[in-house]
Design a protein. Structure first.
Length: 227
């Protein structure tokens, strides 16, 4: 089984931390973010990962090579920023079989198996998104779904702190998702594709989850996540 990890962004919110090192190569404990993610993907039987790279591609390739943590690694390099949707579309040229997992390269999950998420994907679904229960939605987009788990709405970050289901930035796609891709090179999967789908579902979890894309959350992960 294959997976795509989106890791080509500029990571400007982390400043000097990622000026010369891709965010996915930052250390959390004794492992890189990539190594944490590969371990997570292995729980669903993934054995090949496509890194959707761009910024600092040469550094990434030098550090990772063609294998990492027992997995085969391939690269879908973008020559200019393509957005999350464009990066996925570009990486799909290397996808041989569906379903396929897609992860943002700055998220960490602990004590969780993706095998259950894989078991919940049905042929009629375009995709399944990981939804994580959080106590404060002011930093995250919210997923709203019906009792069957079908997503009915995506909400922007909330102005007032309240609990809810955050977009966990782990996606599982069937081949039918391709039909919703716009005929352009640069686009967002979240804004230009997801709202157009009627068969997009959420897999909810209460696992430990963190987005390390800003300095304070990166520091928190280094102090608490790896213990």
């Amino acid at each position: 089984m294959q997976a795509i990890i989106l890791c080509g962004g500029l990571s400007t919110r982390l400043g000097k931390t990622t000026a010369k090192l891709p965010k996915i190569l930052l250390k959390i404990g004794d492992r890189t973010v990539l190594e944490w993610q590969l371990e997570l993907l292995s729980t669903a039987g993934v054995n090949e990962v496509i890194l959707a790279s761009g910024h600092l591609h040469d550094v990434l390739h030098k550090h990772v090579g063609e294998t990492c943590s027992g997995m085969e690694i391939r690269y879908a390099k973008e020559d200019k920023p393509l957005g999350t949707g464009g990066a996925i579309k570009n990486a799909f040229q290397f996808v041989e079989n569906f379903p396929v997992f897609v992860l943002h390269g700055d998220i960490l999950l602990k004590n969780m198996s993706l095998a259950e998420m894989l078991s919940q994907l049905q042929p009629e679904m375009d995709g399944l998104l990981l939804g994580v229960s959080v106590q404060d939605l002011t930093s995250y987009g919210e997923i709203v779904s019906d009792p069957q788990g079908r997503i009915t709405e995506f909400r922007e970050k909330q102005q007032v702190a309240r609990p809810g289901c955050a977009n966990g930035a782990v996606f599982l796609f069937n081949r039918s998702i391709i039909d919703a891709f716009p005929k352009k090179e640069v686009f967002s999967i979240e804004r230009d594709v997801f709202p157009c789908l009627s068969q997009l579902y959420v897999h909810k979890t209460e696992t430990e989850w963190i987005d390390i894309g800003v300095p304070e959350r990166l520091e928190f992960a280094r102090k608490h996540f790896a213990t």
